[in-house]
Design a protein around this ligand. Structure first.
Ligand code: XMP
Length: 526
């Protein structure tokens, strides 16, 4: 995936991150991007000398990883990374392999140190400048079993703890640094500043990666790619396809047509908002196809979650193709693909991972569609897409919106999906979201939604007995959807929402709050 010369990478200072399989490697890249430095993540074994030379980074970071340097087959950094003369920062496993490869000693069998730890800063170096003072005790986040017991020549200790005597090491002459802890996670409170010192002070980056610059460069690039061709874009109402559409429209105007396939399983008011935003405000050519009859018809009798997903995915492609054919075809298909979707993954075990759910992204490339792709967001993380969306003037209601799954409310209605159930769920969902917004909690939550439960329960209203449906509320915090924690609402908030739902939504007489984290649960119920 070496970038061609006219990509954003070629126009900006850049850092290379070699991935050794840590769960948090992406966070290194996000911290760097937040400080205005373009960076890419490559598997440690995909960084040939020629490829690194072509990428021409200002510095290299070795990520953490699950292996142990003391095991024979464990991964190593390529020797040419050291021969390049570039500054290097090794984090956790990255520090251990750096030490081992440069002549130090790493030993296993020590007590595992996991989570919050405190280290004593015993010296100073470029990484700690202006952040940690000599003599201070600082909080960090550790996750390791092995540790260095003998430093390689040229290195000295800058910070240590009882469990990790070589918590931060430096070789100032060669600009090599290593941390036993993870500076990229938020539980190392000054971690982002330490990383910034590496990129700015050690590697000489100035922070020239901004969404304003990206916008102008990408518009020129889209024009060069598309020429006078025609582009179609599947809008879903979500952040990614919306930002891609507005950016492409800014580049090529009416050569772009957006197709919004409305499966009838969107949240309350969402379809109207898509039409008013894109057609009326941005003047984008938009086909709004109400295909709810078709989708709900084909979902009739379907209860299996995977069959629901596959049915919706198949119909989406059929309807999209139909609309696209009516247009007389197009030369390009625009997609809101993001950087996390294209990072080459490195597997610690080499084995295949288990499919928990077949996530299909509405707007994905229909198989057999012979069109070139326009993917203007492939270099960006989600937070960067949001920043770009704001730069483009897209309303906050779209740019800051919680993620919403392609199959929509269908996977929040366990059992058979019907229009009546979807209508009921929309009412519950919008009360929950309205209360969350009123309480000022929307941005603190990754995703919040309601689930319509396939059970009826007994209740009492006024003097009468009710026998109606129950619903569940779900709200989680997360950084990437891979893991999630339950949002700890006050009881008074939950009671207010529950009262409103039971009083205002006919057909619901019981409200529950789902307190399962992920893992072991998943965010969606199906
Ligand atoms: P789970 O339920 O697997 O969800 O914990 C993780 C994230 O993915 C979203 N999700 C989907 N997104 N198509 C999508 O585009 C899908 O089929 C799908 N299923 C789950 C979910 O909303 C959460 O953000």
């Amino acid at each position: 995936m070496t970038q061609p010369p006219d990509t954003p990478a070629a126009r900006h200072e850049r850092i290379l991150i070699l991935d050794f399989g840590s769960q948090v490697t992406q966070l290194i890249a996000r911290r760097l991007r937040e400080s205005g430095v373009y960076c890419e993540i490559w598997p440690f074994n995909a960084a040939s000398e020629a490829r690194i030379r072509a990428f021409a980074p200002q510095g290299i970071i070795f990520s953490g990883g699950p292996a142990s340097v003391t095991e024979g087959e464990s991964p190593r950094a390529p020797d040419h990374a050291f021969a390049s003369g570039l500054p290097i920062l090794g984090i956790c496993y990255g520090q251990q392999t750096l030490a081992h490869q440069l002549g130090g000693v790493v030993e296993g069998g020590h007590a595992r140190e996991f989570g919050r730890a405190f280290i004593d800063v015993t010296g100073d170096c470029a990484i700690t400048q202006g952040v940690w003072a000599k003599g201070a005790r600082e909080q960090v986040w550790m996750s390791h079993g092995d540790r260095i017991t003998e430093l390689p020549p040229g290195f000295r200790v800058v910070a240590s703890s009882e469990g990790a005597p070589f918590a931060l090491i430096a070789d100032d002459a060669r600009h090599y640094y290593g941390t036993m802890f993870h500076p990229e996670v938020v539980h190392t409170p000054h971690g982002a500043q330490l990383l910034r010192n590496f990129t700015h002070l050690v590697c000489g980056c100035t922070g020239d990666w901004t969404m304003g610059a990206f916008r102008a460069e990408m518009i020129a690039r889209i024009r060069a790619q598309v020429g006078s061709g025609r582009v179609v874009c599947g809008l879903s109402g979500g952040v990614d396809s919306s930002v891609a559409a507005v950016l492409i429209h800014e580049a090529i105007g009416d050569q772009l047509t957006c197709i919004y396939v409305d499966h009838g399983l969107m949240r309350a008011g969402e379809s109207e908002q898509v039409v008013s935003t894109f057609r009326d405000r941005f003047n984008i050519k938009l086909i709004h196809r109400d295909a709810s009859e078709l989708f709900l018809g084909q979902l009739s009798g379907v209860t299996d979650p995977e069959v629901k997903r596959k049915t919706i995915g198949r119909l989406f492609i059929e309807v999209f193709e139909e609309e696209q054919n009516k247009l007389g075809g197009a030369d390009f298909l625009a997609q809101g693909t993001l950087y996390p979707d294209v990072i080459e993954s490195v597997s610690a075990t080499g084995g295949p991972s288990v499919t928990i759910k077949s996530h299909h992204n509405v707007g994905g490339l229909p198989e057999g569609m012979r069109m070139q792709l326009v993917e203007p967001l492939r270099d960006l993380f989600k937070d960067e897409v949001r920043a770009l969306g704001r730069e483009l003037g897209i309303p906050e209601a779209i740019v800051g919106r919680h993620p919403f799954p392609g199959p929509g409310l269908a996977i929040r209605i366990p059992g058979e999906v019907t229009r009546e159930k979807a209508d009921l769920l929309r009412q519950v969902d919008s009360i929950f979201l309205e209360e969350i917004r009123n309480a000022g909690l929307y941005d603190a939550i990754w995703q919040a939604f309601a689930v319509l439960l396939p059970v009826r329960t007994v209740g009492v209203m006024g003097d009468g007995r009710t026998y109606d449906q129950a619903c569940a509320l779900r709200a989680v915090t997360s950084t990437d959807g891979m893991t999630a924690d339950v949002y700890p609402f006050d009881m008074s908030f939950l009671s207010r929402v529950s009262n409103r739902i039971v009083n205002e939504v006919r057909g619901i007489n019981r409200v529950t709050y789902d307190i399962t984290s992920k893992p072991p649960g998943t965010i969606e119920w199906e």
